[in-house]
Design a protein around this ligand. Structure first.
Ligand code: NAP
Ligand code: MG
Length: 474
């Protein structure tokens, strides 16, 4: 049993102002795995005051000083890799190899990227007679979701610290352990008091206290569309900057060529990774109608090859994050069936042999890009396929969505992949499975307005100042 009852405020581990605890449930067993404290607005007051006090000195530190701090964090992060992996497996049910591998690795990757960007970043530039300065925006509230807990926290905290901001993290109640360990890492690394603070608790309480606070200059939020909308409204009265990284229903176009089977199989298996709980998941597979029989057969076989079970065992997929999430996904699977989509693999209920835990069957539907399962973000291991007759139609289908986070194209004709990539209205386009910690990540349309990762992640946390006649012409 884990007991993570204290918050990290002003460089100290402190008790909540009013003690309230909540159980954390392990989704693999449906049993209590530990407890956290739920904070209140009083805790937020303390943290914001600490972050405000720390801002003048932290924002004036040199690049070298901030690099030293980030490198000490890196050394401490390295020491806690196994602990972080265990925490992520337990809090959200990711298989041990995934939790201790890619989950933890994403956090390390963003930290390394922040160091690389900080080494080179141009904080000032003379343009004509004017000096253009980029300065830390101030005190930042960081509100994160549970689905890739280290990715989401690290992609905010490190650019914020690197640019000279001070921060208050509000981690998700469903995945609070890894954030607690991350806070221990920042503590051990000697981050100056008040520069980084962490309060656990509910989004309604802690989140709202941050989003409405006079003394918080910016909110960076990753999570669902409805909460993002609420945050933007709540933040409006204090005119703070709000960065939103919201959901997606991203298209994956597979070209009609000799790699079709390989690509359909890879997309299907990939969709089930992290139990389908990835904002940028390619959850709409768009395949040529001319090859539909083959695509269906391949997707069925690939889907049925995905093993599901105990995150401690040797399975490709664990449970989803909670029984609420399980029920939500079941509702979508039933809706797919009721609305007439063709079930190709998987379906309702738990996989055979599992009668407890939030385990969902990896599922593939054939649909038409128009049903509820084609439109809504399901956030579970459910892939929806649709067919296209020609590339123009494939692109129209890809763009026929309220979201615009990611888009994928796989095919042998690189020029065609590039051309299609340019036509997809989304922020993060991936041709034949690329990966880049320095590529800007964020959404068009209802997928949000922010850009994280690498250099663009820095810009989020910076104000722009012009000093005119700074360099007068002689
Ligand atoms: P969520 O329900 O929107 O919650 C996200 C965070 O917001 C949690 O910490 C939550 O606190 C907090 N929150 C809830 N209500 C709030 C309010 N009124 N004011 C301020 N904060 C509030 O999202 P989720 O279920 O954790 O995560 C899944 C969603 O995140 C999906 O839609 C997914 O697509 C999206 N996502 C997007 C990206 C991206 O980069 N674009 C990445 C990953 C995930 P609680 O602890 O109380 O829940
Ligand atoms: Mg939620």
């Amino acid at each position: 049993m884990r007991e993570y009852l204290q918050f990290f405020i002003d460089g100290q581990w402190v008790d909540p102002v009013t003690p309230v605890t909540a159980d954390v449930i392990n989704p693999a067993t449906e049993e209590v795995s530990g407890q956290i404290s739920l904070g209140s607005a009083d805790d937020v007051e303390k943290a914001v005051a600490a972050a405000r006090r720390a801002f003048p000195s932290w924002s004036q530190t040199t690049r070298a000083q901030r690099l030293d701090v980030l490198k000490s964090i890196q050394a401490e992060y390295e020491k806690r890799l196994p602990d972080l992996g265990d925490a992520i497996r337990e809090e959200m049910g990711a298989p041990a190899s995934l939790a201790g591998g890619f989950h933890v690795g994403l956090g390390a990757g963003h930290l390394q990227a922040a160091i690389e960007v900080l080494e080179e970043f141009a904080f000032e530039e003379v343009k004509g007679t004017t000096l253009v300065l980029k300065e830390a925006i101030g005190v930042c509230g960081l509100i994160t979701p549970w689905n890739w807990p280290m990715n989401q926290t690290c992609v905010k905290i490190f650019p914020a610290l690197a640019t000279g901001c001070t921060t208050i993290l509000k981690p998700p109640q469903l995945a609070p352990y890894s954030a607690h360990i991350l806070s221990e890492i920042l503590d051990a690394a000697g981050v100056p008091a008040g520069v980084y603070n962490m309060i656990q608790g509910s989004g309604r309480k802690i989140g709202t206290a941050l989003t409405t606070h006079e003394d918080v200059d910016m909110i960076s939020f990753t999570g669902s569309e409805p909460v993002g909308i609420q945050i933007q409204k709540d933040a409006a009265d204090t005119v703070k900057r709000v960065g939103l990284e919201l959901g997606g229903k991203s298209p994956w176009i597979v070209l009609d060529d000799e790699d079709l089977a390989k690509n359909v199989a890879a997309v299907t298996v990939g969709m089930m990774g992290n139990s389908g709980q990835t904002c940028s998941a390619g959850s709409r597979l768009i395949v040529p109608n001319a090859r539909m029989d083959e695509a269906k057969a391949v997707a069925k076989e690939a889907c049925e090859s995905v093993t599901v079970g105990d995150p401690n065992g040797n399975f490709a997929m664990g449970p989803v994050v909670s029984m609420d999430q399980f029920k939500d996904i079941q509702r979508y699977i039933q809706l797919g069936i009721d609305e007439g989509a063709e079930l190709i693999a998987g379906g309702s209920g738990r996989p055979e042999g599992l009668d407890k835990g939030a385990y969902v069957r990896p599922t593939v539907f054939l649909s038409n890009n128009q049903r509820t399962i084609d439109r809504d973000e399901i956030f579970g291991p459910v892939l929806v396929m649709s067919g296209y007759d020609d590339i123009d139609q494939a692109v129209d289908m890809a763009n026929d969505t309220t979201f615009g986070l990611a888009g994928y194209v796989n095919g042998k004709d690189v020029e065609q992949c590039r051309a299609i990539g340019r036509r997809i209205r989304a922020g993060w386009i991936n041709l034949n499975d690329g990966f880049d910690f320095h590529a800007p990540f964020g959404g068009y349309k209802r997928s949000g307005n922010g850009r994280e990762w690498g250099e663009h992640g820095f810009e989020e946390y910076l104000e722009v100042k012009a000093i005119l006649n700074y360099a007068p012409a002689d």
